[in-house]
Design a protein around this ligand. Structure first.
Ligand code: SF4
Ligand code: SF4
Length: 333
């Protein structure tokens, strides 16, 4: 029987902490969402990282902590941060661009790190390097092989844009040959560099392109024993809309102390929280959480405000479909 995708709602009680420990990076990917004017250029000290890990720890609830950058392996104290996070009860992931600086594989162990995630945007150097930079494909795939060989659980993240949608299906044999067991497909958002480039040429795929390609590739990967997660994006008529900002606990922490609940808000100074003197402080005024409460026919409010092009309307002015929360996923495999 063919594997059937299932929608993964926000698991009540589950918490996700996305911790950007620095914004510096050795690459300059075309779709990078890091925005130094909003997120700063700071590298957090080892002591601050440890204190902020403690600040968000909650041993009563399963909490995923994802270390991000910039490129988090550029931080020499990442291994100590991983250890601190594990001791504090987190399920720990590192999202790397594949360079694994500072000998990460030798300085941490698979029992401390639950997942090591690599970003790859193409099944070959031609596709990947046109987006992520020359030489990146070879380094990233070589380090995936080394990590698997050393016993780390490895996942791969692929950000779909018009530049690599057609190549997505060819990721399946590559992932199988690298023995990667988890595959995350993301969709490019009109944020950061992609928003700037949008005037000339949009990188976003259309609804039809997305629906024609992504679920089928996910099914093929699942047949190879790979667990695939991809965003729902378009809600079916009978599906309920929920905003993760209202029903889930997600924290997107930046080194300048901003803490967002919604990734679509990250280019604007509307973060619901900030960290001040190592304490989490609620921001008052017109912040992102006010938008989460608005109930509109199009589904996600921030999508409607920031990237309304992906909504189509009928003759009566009603939306033809609703856009789901960008944090709502489907899983298969
Ligand atoms: S690797 Fe990540 S942080 Fe670095 S430029 Fe690419 S998208 Fe941005
Ligand atoms: S993406 Fe939309 S639905 Fe999801 S948290 Fe943000 S505003 Fe809410």
């Amino acid at each position: 029987m063919d594997p059937i995708p299932r929608t993964v709602g926000f698991r009540r009680g589950e918490r996700n902490v996305f911790f950007h420990i620095l914004t510096a990076c050795n690459l300059s990917c075309r779709h990078c969402y890091i925005n130094p004017s909003q997120h700063g250029t700071k590298t957090l000290s080892r002591e601050t990282i440890h204190r902020w890990i403690e600040l968000f720890a909650d041993k009563e609830k399963r909490t995923n902590l994802i270390f991000l950058g910039g490129e988090p392996t550029l931080h020499p104290d990442l291994p100590s941060a991983i250890q601190k996070a594990k001791e504090s009860g987190y399920f720990v992931t590192v999202d790397s661009n594949g360079y694994l600086f500072n000998d990460l594989l030798d300085k941490t162990t698979p029992d401390l790190l639950d997942y090591l995630s690599f970003s790859l945007d193409g099944p070959d150097a031609e596709t990947n390097d046109a987006i992520r930079g020359q030489g990146v494909f070879d380094i990233c795939t070589a380090n995936i092989a080394r990590a698997v060989q050393k016993g780390f659980r490895v996942s791969v993240i692929y950000t779909v844009s018009r530049k690599n949608l057609e190549a997505l299906a060819r990721m399946v044999p590559l992932l199988a040959s690298l023995q990667v067991k988890k595959f995350f497909i993301q969709v490019i958002g009109l944020r950061g560099n992609s928003a700037l480039a949008a005037g000339e040429e949009t990188q976003q795929v259309s609804r039809e392109e997305w629906l024609e390609t992504v679920p089928e590739v996910a099914r093929q990967a699942a047949e190879q024993g790979i667990h695939v997660t991809y965003p729902k994006v378009f809600l079916d008529r009978d599906e309920q809309f929920e905003c993760a900002g209202n029903v889930a606990e997600n924290f997107f922490i930046f080194p300048n102390g901003r803490v967002y609940q919604c990734p679509l808000c990250e280019d604007h100074p509307i973060n619901a929280y900030r960290i001040e003197n190592d304490k989490l402080v609620k921001n008052e005024g017109l912040m992102e959480d006010r938008f989460f409460r608005l109930n509109i026919a199009e589904g996600c409010v921030m999508n409607k405000l920031l990237q309304a092009d992906n909504i189509a309307y009928d003759e009566g002015g009603g939306p033809l479909y609703r856009i789901s929360c960008c944090l709502l996923k489907q899983e298969i495999g």
